[in-house]
Design a protein around this ligand. Structure first.
Ligand code: SF4
Length: 139
């Protein structure tokens, strides 16, 4: 992957292209590519991140780096470790939400089956959720 994408002039010709307004275009590109975890590299990353915070295209840059899965360098004010950490948090939250929705669907299916049995006049055995609070959508 090229190390200079954010620092090149866009060839799209669109003024709206965020790369044309990148603060880092007028700086030493090496600042955005700290290598390792030495104090010098960490200081370098902090300096790049501080410049990113003043950049008018921080948001689109961050979005682009996220979408592209950029796994090296500082982009949108975040280091690779910070982007990875954010991705992991997001994935954990998605997995938790998927589990919650699956549980909710299961309870709803049990509710519907119970309602159908009651409507048919069949003797019903109360499922576990009937003895506790019924989960509600959005809770
Ligand atoms: S947010 Fe940072 S990396 Fe992105 S364009 Fe601006 S200065 Fe460059």
């Amino acid at each position: 992957m090229s190390k200079t994408v954010a620092f090149e002039t866009s060839t799209s010709g669109h003024e709206s292209d965020w790369r044309n307004r990148a603060e880092c275009r007028s700086r030493d590109p090496e600042l955005w590519w700290p290598v390792g975890s030495s104090k010098q590299a960490l200081d370098q990353a902090e300096e790049a991140k501080a410049i990113c915070q003043q950049c008018p295209v921080l948001a689109p840059c961050d979005r682009w780096a996220d979408e592209q899965g950029m796994d090296v360098g500082v982009w949108g004010g975040l280091t690779e470790d910070e982007r990875r950490s954010r991705r992991r948090s997001r994935n954990r939250a998605k997995a938790a939400e998927a589990r919650r929705l699956a549980e909710l669907a299961k309870v709803r299916a049990e509710q519907e089956a119970l309602a159908a049995e009651m409507a048919a006049g069949l003797p019903v055995q109360l499922p576990p959720w009937r003895t506790g609070p019924i989960p509600r959508q959005g809770s």
